[in-house]
Design a protein around this ligand. Structure first.
Ligand code: RIB
Length: 282
């Protein structure tokens, strides 16, 4: 039950509010919160550890009931100081390895392996990985999985060239697409760290008259709603985003209920799945 006088708001601090993946995470969290008589306040760290620190200070000042966070600060420094204020938090989508606390995430190494295994099975041997900043665990782990798939096939890392951009959004995907077009030889298949990047790459290839998948196969990550609706329906590694948000909120609500607040360090890891569509079937 909810003790009178305590805040009935939980905060969700996401990396990029414009990314439909986090809209799905927020929808799941909102469902669980509503069932418990709570509301969700969604804030955006925009991948900035500084902005993340400012929001955590705001949540502390406002004594929110609890915080769901997709950490931008990989050191966990922001969260260590936040923890001292006794407001429960749960990691969602990724974990700061050094920090304690509950988390709900997807095994991104498996996700990267699924994506590249699929491209290798379709005969591709000259691939590229397009990612955001590698200090984000999502980008790092997906590449780790991709390299594992290459090793399984007896190939080394040279078969996967890497294009790193600053942001995981469509505009950065267009820039990455231009860089892929300038490669010599061009890769015949591209694995992108999320669907927004893949949609930007698709847009750049379309503008250059390069056909997908015939001249360049494309695989994204998240399986947001727009993946299936793209000009060439996008093959993507699906993350159960709604379930991630809902499960994380349920964990947090239990943590904030004094009777159950057990300082647990429960790590819930969900599995991704490959959804194959036209962008990778040549
Ligand atoms: O925010 C960047 C990415 O990390 C999202 O697209 C989603 O894949 C998350 O895990």
């Amino acid at each position: 039950q909810l003790r009178a006088g305590r805040s009935r708001i939980i905060s969700l601090l996401v990396l990029d509010m414009a990314n439909p993946f986090f809209v799905d995470v927020a929808s799941g969290a909102e469902r669980a919160a509503r069932e418990a008589g709570l509301g969700v306040m969604v804030c955006n760290s925009a991948q900035s550890p500084e902005e993340e620190a400012e929001y955590l200070a705001l949540f502390t000042e406002q004594r929110v009931r609890g915080v769901l966070v997709t950490p931008a600060d990989i050191t966990g420094r922001n969260l260590e100081s936040f923890r001292r204020h006794g407001i429960p938090f749960v990691f969602v989508d990724r974990v700061v390895p050094s920090a304690e606390g509950c988390s709900v995430s997807v095994d991104d190494v498996i996700g990267g392996t699924l994506a590249v295994r699929h491209l290798l099975a379709h005969g591709h041997r000259s691939l590229a990985y397009v990612s955001g900043p590698m200090q984000l665990a999502q980008c790092h782990d997906r590449r780790t999985g991709a390299l594992r798939a290459l090793r399984e096939a007896g190939l080394d890392g040279d078969a996967l060239r890497h294009v790193e951009v600053e942001r995981l959004d469509v505009a950065a995907g267009r820039d990455a697409g231009a860089r892929l077009l300038g490669m010599s030889p061009r890769p015949t298949a591209v694995f992108c760290a999320n669907d927004l990047l893949a949609l930007g790459v698709l847009q750049a290839l379309y503008g250059a008259g390069v056909s997908v998948p015939e001249e360049m196969a494309l695989v994204g990550y998240d399986d947001i709603e727009f993946a299936a609706a793209a000009a060439v329906p996008l093959t993507s590694v699906r993350q159960p985003a709604f379930r991630m948000g809902r499960t994380a909120a349920e964990l947090l609500i239990e943590e904030t209920d004094e009777t159950a607040y057990a300082h647990r360090h429960q790590r819930i890891v969900l599995l991704p799945e490959l959804v194959v569509r036209g962008s990778s079937l040549a």
